[in-house]
Design a protein around this ligand. Structure first.
Ligand code: G1P
Length: 291
């Protein structure tokens, strides 16, 4: 019996410089895709996979993320008074149980690995998921659930992976692979942001992970890697061989919402996936595409 996965860490300390000026006074994770902020897609996806304990690794200027998951008393009272049932139900459906979210601060931006290490007390001896809210996945089964299914079978570490063009390997963590069975890939090595000529494959890690707590031991060494940052990929690489480690070619499409084009594509894809919006969106898209 594997330990059930109940915890998720959400690294949200990034500055969002690629989205200035939108992110000058607002965390980038509050940027909406259609009508929901990125952070909420991540939280909803994790909750759908049975996760009920969250730790946001924040930085200065990120208070809106915490407020977003609080109860908005005045807003709810006004909606109730005006009989706006639908809006009120929406807020109440999404409300988090008291104490479900804790936050820690990453005071200095020393890398993704360092951000995860900042959540070590929350993680304790438990397995945990990591969701990078910049990465949005549109799929039939939520991506984290797909990883949890693999974790429940293997009891080991699992990362979501997808193929990328060779020339883009320097943007991602890239896997070295062993046995491949259908969508499941045995991981034998990984390297952070290799040059195309040095990349061991074109299978990239996307921002969804299920990790065993042992990763914290390796992160504690604080060894600087690519970009002189403490890299999660380097710590994960050190765990290979100790416990099962797999990459899952997940079902679905991933959008890099940390990038303008990826973000715009996500708006289109997510609105077309909505029955209330897709007819109108299809209609107006024709106008622009044929112009
Ligand atoms: C991070 C990870 C990288 C991973 C990527 C997925 O990089 O370090 O291994 O492939 O997320 O989005 P970042 O995008 O923070 O540079």
């Amino acid at each position: 019996m594997v330990k059930p996965l109940r915890k998720a860490v959400l690294p949200v300390a990034g500055l969002g410089t690629r989205f200035l000026p939108a992110t000058k006074a607002m965390p980038k994770e509050m940027l909406p895709v259609v009508d929901k902020p990125l952070i909420q897609y991540a939280v909803d996806e994790a909750r759908a996979a049975g996760i009920d304990q969250f730790c946001m690794v924040t930085g200065r200027g990120k208070t809106a993320l915490i407020d977003h998951f609080d109860i908005a008393f005045e807003l709810e009272a006004t909606l109730a008074e005006r009989n706006k049932r639908e809006a009120l139900d929406l807020l109440r459906e999404e409300a988090m149980p008291p104490g479900a979210i804790t936050t820690v601060r990453q005071q200095v931006p020393l890398g993704l690995g360092h951000a995860i290490w900042c959540a070590r007390t929350f993680i304790g001896d438990d397995p945990f998921a990591i969701l990078l809210p910049d990465d949005l996945v549109l799929s039939k089964t939520p991506c984290t659930q797909q990883l949890v299914n693999v974790y429940n079978e293997t009891g080991g570490n699992v990362v979501a992976i997808s193929e990328v063009p060779r020339e883009q390997t320097n943007r991602y963590g890239i896997l070295k692979t062993g046995k491949i069975e259908g969508d499941l890939v045995e991981v034998t090595g990984m390297v952070e942001k290799p040059k195309p000529e040095d990349a061991p494959s074109n299978l990239s890690i996307i921002g969804r992970y299920v990790m065993l707590p042992e990763v914290i031991t390796y992160l504690s060494r604080m060894e600087a890697g690519a970009g002189n940052e403490v890299q999660l990929t380097d710590a994960m690489a050190k765990m290979i061989g100790e416990k099962p480690f797999h990459g899952l070619k997940f079902e679905g499409q991933r959008f890099d919402c940390g990038d303008k084009i990826g973000f715009l594509e996500a708006q289109i894809a997510f609105s077309l996936a909505r029955t209330d919006l897709s007819p109108a969106v299809r209609e107006f898209l024709k106008k622009y595409v044929n112009a």
